[in-house]
Ligand binder design. Sequence first.
Ligand code: SF4
Length: 463
Amino acid sequence: MKLIGENCGVFGIVKDTDCVEDIYRGLDFLQHRGQQFCGMATYNGKRIYQITHYGQVGNTFTPHELESFKGNTGIGHVSLNERQPMVWQGAVGEIAVAFSGNIINSEALLEEMKDKGEAFYHGLDIEIISKLIMQEKNVVTGISMLAQKIKGAYSLVVLTQDGIYAARDIYGFRPLMLGEGSNAFMVSSESRAVQSSGFKCTRDVRPGEIVFITKKGFETRQKLKSPRRAHCAFEWAYTASMDSKIDGLYVQEARNNLGKSLAERDIEEGGIQADLVAPVPMSGIGHALGYHMASGLPYQEVFLYNRYADRSYTQLTQEDRDRMAKKKLSVLEYAIRDKRIVLCDDSIVRGTQIREKVRELKNAGAKEVHVRIACPPLMYPCDFGISTRTYEELLARQYLSEGNITTMDELKALEAWVFEKIGADSVKYNGLEAFVAALKIPKEDLCLKCWDGNWPMGSGLDI
Ligand code: SF4
């Protein structure tokens, strides 16, 4: 069975001087998008060289490696479950390829390509993508052909001897930002790696756009027809770092708005008797701050984040994520004794992590814990490259095995069921309408499949 868990990040840079340290730093700033594998590839004027590692960027690249690795142009990758970039030789010349996303029809493509005589190492998505590009005589035609064949989501970087191609699928599921500095140009899955490198964010790569990056700057080489946008709404609520900006919307602004929306619902429904509002760090911080701003309740940290723990969401299985969640937060007892707490988090998958957090707070002396969740109840797995959730893992699916939560009454009935399951004093989610309104991006430009089950590319996706 193919693992759908390719939450990952890509990076690329072209400059007049050596870029290895820039790639290293850029990947470090994308580490939250995947911690199992990391890698980079550079062109040193003669050849493309590549290194990949099992583990995190800061722990695996040695100073010796970084010193001996040279090049003014290069790409990098952090990943949950495969080594990238991969280097290839073909009619397009020597290239290195890395991508973030997921190919839904990979098995069919693999069979089709094998039938035509193609050989694969492991049949990974990155091999399929690379080979589709290499079937053509130039990279732009290769990426255009790939866009016609692939069903799924991808943000892609291709290193060549002349520069870097950056491309986003025609729906724009996964983010991809261009940036510029002094005689240097950059592309990154998230704007934080651009800004933190001292570069200016130029703009997002547009859905279906193929950009060529050289020392002269950015050049749009092709704009593939985009039937609609389908930006992953979960990026703003959870996946992206809170110092990033995606498709014109700051992640922190989105999280503040989602928290405000939760507070406004509480106020509309008669208010809440509580002493403080607190986040489940890290992604809960923006939501809790928004709740604090709208409700006037004091904001307080109640958990200390263990900076040495891996991010729980980018573990391979839900069990791993639960285990990591236990390791990553400890209770700040002085802040919570005899307090009534509004606890904000991004989403509930199985409910095990939030149940554990509620239990820990109560054991440490909290009087009440009211859970507020920024995302609507998760009803469907993601097929576009985020996490390994399955139907069986989703708590809301245990309550409603078919269909969706569509009305406020249905949402309230689910909340009443969930609050008992997790041992909280109350639970509220943002409904889907409130969630979209808080993001302030037109509904038709978002992927909301986690919640409504709708395929952004229509119902004709035969998988
Ligand atoms: S299904 Fe959910 S996580 Fe996946 S791309 Fe759509 S909104 Fe994002």
